[in-house]
Design a protein around this ligand. Structure first.
Ligand SMILES: [Zn+2]
Ligand SMILES: [Zn+2]
Length: 249
């Protein structure tokens, strides 16, 4: 009986997908890609990061130096102060278009946009993530109070989507936010560092120890939150720590 109902619901939603074209989140245009919320024309406006970029933090180089012969070329910041992670990957720049998608995802109760963000990540990064062969995905967590306000955990949804596609397990509730913090967007660079200091903790070191970890968040801005997370993951004995974000400022 339950199976039959499920089948009917699935069948109905398939028919609805065909009959009702989806409305694009950005341009409002109708398109028949029932599963996605961003049309292909708008998807093409996303500033994907293509080479060349820093081999460590992934920041794209503004000037196209001839560095193709040196895949290990690092940006000035990484050379001056090497980051704690082994490698960071981002799919695109955090421009106005991407900001609009991410803020709809985080602040307008639209968890289903996670699917579009995962498509953005996989458009050019799928092979690169697979090459790093991480053994466990760890999402940057929300504080339980913020999770209750928002109703869903945006980084967990992304982590789960990436994990499912690449067949990598996702850690749940191990990396936790032990202190409620002011949203980083309201603070300056130095304040951000202070704000998240000591805000994270690992509950089960055994899950992390000796593994290649892929830390996932939506946006890499100053890197303060990511730095704190990487610090505790390293402290738990991770072998490698990679960072994946949809966008970077
Ligand atoms: Zn559109
Ligand atoms: Zn760099």
């Amino acid at each position: 009986m339950v199976l039959r109902r499920l089948f009917t619901m699935n069948f109905l939603s398939k028919i609805l997908d065909i009959l009702l074209p989806a409305k694009c989140l950005l341009c409002g245009g109708l398109h028949d890609k029932g599963m996605e919320n961003i049309c292909l024309t708008c998807m093409d406006k996303i500033p994907f990061i293509k080479e060349p970029s820093c081999a460590k933090c992934g920041i794209p180089f503004e000037i196209l130096y001839s560095i193709e012969d040196n895949p290990d070329y690092l940006c000035g910041r990484c050379r001056a102060a090497p980051p704690l992670f082994d490698r960071a990957l981002s799919a695109c720049r955090y421009d106005d278009t991407v900001r609009e998608i991410v803020s709809a995802y985080k602040y307008q109760n639209k968890p289903y946009i996670g699917k579009d963000l995962i498509s953005i990540v996989f458009r050019f990064l799928k092979d690169k993530i697979a090459e790093l062969s991480p053994e466990l995905i760890v999402p940057v967590p929300l504080h339980i109070k913020r999770l209750k306000e928002r109703g869903y955990d945006q980084s967990y949804i992304l982590a789960e989507g990436v994990g499912r596609e690449l067949n990598i397990p996702v850690s749940y509730k191990n990396l936790t936010r032990i202190r409620y913090t002011t949203p980083q967007v309201e603070l300056s660079g130095n304040e951000r560092l202070k704000n998240v200091k000591g805000a994270f903790s690992i509950k089960d070191e055994f899950e992390i120890k000796g593994k290649g970890i892929l830390l996932i968040d939506d946006v890499f801005t100053t890197g303060a939150t990511i730095r704190e997370c990487v610090k505790v993951i390293r402290g738990a004995g991770a072998d490698k720590v990679y960072v994946l974000t949809v966008a970077r400022a």
